[in-house]
Design a protein around this ligand. Structure first.
Ligand code: URA
Length: 278
């Protein structure tokens, strides 16, 4: 949509909602003034459109959250799908300008285990799905090794749009603190809707974004808590890939952390290599 085209009313309502949520979040952090993105304020001031916007001008919608067949009928109204819809129209930070699709996260809406990563890369941005690139393939192998299917767990990120170095969109970068602070209310809502029994934070950005803690090497393997939910910090799959992938020392550190997660969930440790094999 060009800046001169009037926005459909529901998009303006979504922007207003997001600004209100942002202001609430800032207030809860003790802020008394908030800076709102100039673009959003300008859009809110636009007159309502006389007719519906043409379909071709609608923003890319995210992939629907794929629920597992057994749970599809039990997704609570106003839960994860509602959050995903608001993410799809979010313009609260500059990342919306370069995204192809938003990546709200996907999986079982009744998952007992939530994995949280950093943010979408190129593959995720193209498909609207979290962890579908090389790091995602390694994460999938880990999930299966734990005795789950990917569809049994929920996978999300701290930020829902791809952070890149430049508008050429060639190189990924970690999200800035500002981008994380802007986006984190979405993850908070997703966690509230899911109420998982445990959360795995994948890498330094996830640990900082969710818990405000720094030092992944020190924190890895040490249980933390987010609003009463046990959180296990561990290394990000991309870090494992840089260290040689599956079966290398860092991988077994992560595996030891996942054995702790399985024990916390009351699930059996899979046969094969155990934590003590180091
Ligand atoms: N893909 C994601 O969805 N998140 C990451 O953190 C990395 C790759």
């Amino acid at each position: 949509m060009t800046p001169t085209e009037p926005r459909p009313r529901r998009e303006l309502a979504a922007i207003a909602d997001d600004l209100a949520r942002w202001a609430e979040f800032e207030k809860s952090e003790g802020m008394r003034t908030v800076e709102t993105p100039a673009d959003d304020v300008a859009r809110l001031a636009e007159p309502p459109p006389r007719r519906a916007a043409p379909a071709r001008s609608r923003p890319a919608t995210p992939a629907a959250l794929p629920a597992s067949p057994r749970d599809a009928a039990t997704e609570p109204a106003g839960g994860l799908e509602a959050v995903a819809r608001r993410i799809a129209s979010c313009t609260l930070c500059p990342l919306h300008r370069t995204r192809t699709r938003t990546v709200p996260g996907q999986g079982n809406p009744r998952a007992e285990l939530l994995f949280v990563g950093e943010g979408p890369g190129a593959d995720e941005d193209r498909q609207g799905l979290a962890f579908v690139g090389r790091a995602g393939q390694l994460l999938t192998r880990l999930i299966i090794r734990m005795g789950f299917a990917r569809e049994d767990v929920f996978i999300a990120n701290i930020v829902k749009c791809r952070p890149t170095e430049d508008f050429a969109m060639r190189k990924d970068r970690p999200p800035t603190e500002e981008e994380m602070r802007t986006c984190i209310p979405y993850l908070e809502e997703q966690i509230a809707a899911l109420a998982p029994k445990a959360i795995v934070c994948l890498g330094a950005t996830a640990v900082f974004g969710l818990l405000g803690l720094k030092g992944i090497s020190r924190l890895r393997g040490q249980w933390q808590t987010y609003r009463g939910i046990p959180v296990m910090p561990t290394y990000h799959p991309s870090y494992l890939l840089r260290g040689g992938g599956d079966e290398k020392a860092r991988y077994w550190d992560v595996w030891n952390d996942m054995l702790q997660v399985l024990a916390r969930l009351g699930r059996p440790a899979p046969e094969g290599r155990k934590a003590s094999d180091g």
